[in-house]
Structures are given as structure tokens and as C-alpha cells.
Design a protein around this ligand. Structure first.
Ligand code: ADP
Length: 480
């Protein structure tokens, strides 16, 4: 019944259109592998049509009153809440996460519309006296222009709102290209935005089974002014290289390899609670997921045992089942990768405290897993696991913990548990990441700057600077 109300066609200009040639592709349910519905499969010509619409709408959208843009976003925030029951089921159906996680994503995702509704009317500039005393420096901000937003499958609503919110607030029109695994939520969101008064051509959506072809076509088009991408570091590198051709403005939210440090003075109950959230929110399918657990030697054994006991007690079931706490992974490729990483670690001597195997006859389930005695050369310490697997390793000194945490090309987020304020701040300053969870397992917050350093990305989403990603600075020189 919910699926019947979801658009299945491309959103281009003010219309819902079939893809050229009427092509479609199937969206499947990761809980059972079954087909949910077919959606339009855009090709390069459809991508160009979507950009045409965004380019046509750009000037008028940039000229709308900031207050008007703000009110549209605010209405969309409210409308997402009004439709939360159907949106939650839709997220769970196509992505797999337990229903209660889908509700959490809706609360989080809607916040970006509220936050950027508030920011749309706070775009400022400057006026200052030049050092020579005669000149004046007048600075204004203007929208970057038509923007391509490429989103991943793990948070189908929140990753879209986190980009659409600031883009619209700044006065940019957009083409959204959702992940092929989860196009339905984005299409439903486009319908919400249409309902809330977003003018034709301001938000266009191209669903496709050929992301390289569609995105590649758009990145070659000189009319595109901005790319915002969330996904793997591997694809991010490819897109950065392509963006270089037109010297495109880019925002990149890429992979992570988050360390979770537990010092011997930590509140162990809080550390285990935080570890469960940092590891298992979204089944571990988050760029912010704790990927490596380092516990100080005196408490490492107890921490690992307690984490394993908690993880063993979780209910693994289809996300729509009553009481499901862990849903399926996104697809067979995702589950196979997790299995390969666990087998590699076990083959090199790691000990399985719980889990360590796929589950169920249908769907892509993997058991919540804790590994102890993980050798330093296990692949899962350097690769993003993207599944419910927690390797636990001991450390001795604070310096060693920081060195281990920083020994990665990634730098998105780190988690840190200690009751000693000086130790916490010293460690937080030394960690090479864009974000730190201090005695807490979640950092995501629409009001905070989300983003990474090193190969985890470029730019920040959310917070007071999130809108800057969609604004250019223009300086006007005046002599008075
Ligand atoms: P994940 O590994 O989490 O699936 P990806 O980086 O593969 O992450 O996907 C993130 C987004 O990038 C999705 O929207 C996907 O369709 C898109 N994508 C994947 N490969 C390419 C590519 N070669 N060119 C452009 N976009 C791509």
C-alpha cells in the first residue's frame, strides 16, 4: 500500500517523466531479496534534461526572497514529520534498517530542513575600510549555481536532506542522483518538496542503474557548478578527478575507519553502551561506524566480554518485524565483503567472542560479531567494514592509543571514553579526525559541522558553515 503512493518516474522540471526508451530497473528488499518495485532508469539524455531544468530554474530561484526559501524548507520539515510513518516503512523496505532506526533517521534527516530554513535568512556579507583608508571592501555571498548531489544508500533520507537543505537555502537548484539500491525514499522526498511549494526545476531527481554514465555526463557539462558527494573514498577519488576538468566546486563526504578508544579510567558501562551505538547504528553501515576498538590493557578483556554479551543478545530480524534490532546488510556483495574480512582476521589468529557468520535463509543478514586477539595485519583494521563486526585490541599508553588511532589514511571521526578531562582534551587534539565523540557514540547533529580530514573528505555539512558549501564570495572594490 505504501509503495503504491511512491513515484517511480524521474522528477525533471515540474514533471514526473519516464526515462528515455521507457527503461526501468528493479529495487529490492534486502530482508528477503524480493523485488519491491521498478523505477525509471535514467541515461545520459535524461541527465542532461534534468540539468537543463536546473539551469533554467536557477536565476529565478536565486532571486527568491530568502524568507520564501526558508518557509518552503520549514514546511518540508513539517511535512516529513506528518508523513513519518510511511517514510519510515519505505526506508526500511528498500534499505533494511530496523523500523526504529528508520524513525531515528527521519528525525535526524528532517532537522536539516529546519536548520537550513533558519540559515537561509542569515547569509551575510561585509563592508570594511581598506588599509590605505580610501578604498572600501564590500563582500557579498551568491549561490554557486546548479548543483549535482550524489547520495549513498545507507541513509536514503538524511543524506538527501543534508545536501538539498543547504543548497536550496543558498539559492541553488539541484539534480539529485540517489544510490541505485535506495531510489524510492528520494522520489518520495521529491514529492514532499513539490507539495511544499518548491518551484519546477529547482529539485530534479534522476534514478539510474548506471551511476558512472549519468554522473560522468553531468560532470562533463560546463553548466554544472557544484558536486556534493557522499560515498566511498574510491568513488570519491574518481569523481574528484572528473571534477577537475571543469574546476568544479566539490564537497566530499567519503569513507571512514573510526577508532573507538576506551581508557582505563572510563565508565565501562557508558563505554559499552556507546560502543553498541557507534558500532551497530544502521548495522554498522555508516561512515561514522566504529571500525576498530582499542581498550587499555587492564580493561580490554572485560570490555570485549561485555560488548560480546550485549551483541549476542540482540534480535537480528527483518526491519519490519516487531522488536528487530539488527536488520539485513544492503546486498549480497556487502555481506560477502564483511564475511571475507572476518575470515581473514580469524585466519590470522583472531578469536570469535560472538557471531562470525552469516545468518538466515533469505536476506543478507550477518550476526553481530566481536573479535578479540586481532592481529595488527588483519585487513579489517585498515578497511571500512560496513557491517556489525567489532575487532577489539589492547593498548598500553595514551601515546600508543593515539598512534594506533591515527595510523590510517581516513580521518572522519574518533570515539574516546575517559573521565579525565585533561586526558580527553589532549587526546582529542591529537586525533587526526574531523569529529570526535567524547564519551558518546553518536556525533551526527544537523547543528554541527559534519565532515572529515585526510582521505575522508573535503568540506563540512550541517552547522553554521554548511551553507558555505553552496555559496560563492563576491568582492566589490570601491574608492570613496
Ligand atoms: P557504497 O560503497 O557505499 O555503495 P559508492 O561510493 O559506491 O558507495 O556509492 C555512493 C554513490 O556513488 C551512489 O549514489 C552510487 O550510485 C554512486 N556511484 C558509484 N559508482 C560511481 C561512479 N563510478 N561514478 C559516479 N557515481 C558513482
Amino acid at each position: 500500500k505504501i509503495l503504491a503512493g511512491v513515484p517511480s518516474r524521474l522528477r525533471i522540471g515540474g514533471d514526473w517523466r519516464d526515462a528515455a526508451g521507457g527503461r526501468t530497473f528493479a529495487v529490492t528488499n534486502p530482508a528477503d531479496g524480493g523485488e519491491l518495485m521498478a523505477v525509471a532508469d535514467a541515461g545520459p539524455a535524461d541527465a542532461v534534461a534534468a540539468l537543463d531544468a536546473a539551469v533554467t530554474a536557477q536565476e529565478a530561484w536565486a532571486a527568491t526572497a530568502p524568507r520564501e526559501r526558508a518557509e518552503i524548507l520549514r514546511r518540508a520539515f513539517e511535512e516529513i514529520h506528518a508523513r513519518r510513518d510511511e517514510l519510515a516503512v519505505l526506508i526500511t523496505l528498500e534499505m533494511g534498517k530496523p523500523l526504529r532506526d528508520a524513525y531515528a533517521e527521519i528525525d535526524y534527516g528532517a532537522e536539516f530542513f529546519r536548520w537550513f530554513a533558519e540559515e537561509a535568512v542569515r547569509i551575510d556579507g561585509g563592508y570594511k575600510v581598506s588599509p590605505n583608508g580610501r578604498g572600501r571592501v564590500l563582500v557579498m555571498r551568491q549561490p554557486v549555481g546548479p548543483s549535482l548531489l550524489v547520495t549513498p544508500w545507507n541513509f536514503p533520507l538524511a543524506m538527501a536532506t543534508r545536501k538539498i537543505g543547504p543548497a536550496l537555502a543558498a539559492g541553488c537548484t539541484v539534480v539529485v542522483k540517489p544510490a541505485e539500491q535506495t531510489p524510492l525514499t528520494t522520489l518520495a522526498l521529491a514529492a514532499v518538496l513539490e507539495h511544499c511549494g518548491v518551484p519546477a526545476g529547482v529539485v530534479n531527481v534522476v534514478t539510474t542503474s548506471d551511476p558512472a554514465g549519468v554522473v560522468g555526463t553531468l560532470l562533463r557539462d560546463g553548466r554544472l557548478r557544484k558536486l556534493s558527494f557522499t560515498g566511498s573514498t574510491e568513488v570519491g577519488r574518481l569523481l574528484l578527478a572528473q571534477a577537475a576538468r571543469t574546476v568544479l566546486r566539490t564537497s566530499m563526504e567519503l569513507g571512514g575507519n573510526a577508532p573507538f578508544l576506551v581508557f582505563d579510567d572510563a565508565d565501562l558501562d557508558a563505554a559499552v553502551d556507546g560502543a553498541i551505538v557507534a558500532k551497530l547504528r544502521n548495522m554498522g553501515e555508516a561512515c561514522t561506524a566504529a571500525n576498530r576498538f582499542y581498550a587499555q590493557r587492564g580493561i580490554a578483556g572485560e570490555f570485549a566480554e561485555r560488548l560480546a554479551a550485549r551483541m549476542a543478545g540482540l534480535r537480528v530480524a527483518p526491519g519490519l518485524d516487531e522488536g528487530s534490532q539488527i536488520g539485513p546488510l544492503i546486498d549480497e556483495a556487502g555481506r560477502a565483503k564483511v564475511g571475507t574480512l572476518v575470515d581473514d582476521a580469524v585466519g590470522k589468529g583472531a578469536r570469535v567472542l560472538t557471531g562470525g557468520k552469516p545468518l538466515g535463509d533469505a536476506g543478507y543478514f550477518y550476526a553481530p560479531t566481536v573479535l578479540a586477539d586481532v592481529p595488527g595485519d588483519a585487513a579489517l583494521l585498515s578497511e571500512e567494514i560496513f557491517g556489525p563486526v567489532a575487532p577489539v585490541l589492547p593498548f598500553d599508553t595514551d601515546e600508543e592509543a593515539v598512534a594506533l588511532a591515527n595510523a590510517t589514511e581516513y580521518g572522519l571521526v574518533a570515539y574516546l571514553y575517559t573521565r579525565d578531562l585533561t586526558r580527553a582534551l589532549r587526546t582529542a587534539e591529537a586525533l587526526e579526525t574531523g569529529m570526535i565523540g567524547l564519551n558518546q557514540g553518536v556525533v551526527s547533529n544537523a547543528a554541527a559541522p559534519f565532515g572529515g580530514v585526510k582521505q575522508s573528505g573535503l568540506g563540512r555539512e550541517g552547522g553554521p558553515t554548511g551553507i558555505d558549501e553552496y555559496l560563492e564570495t563576491k568582492y566589490i572594490a570601491i574608492d570613496v
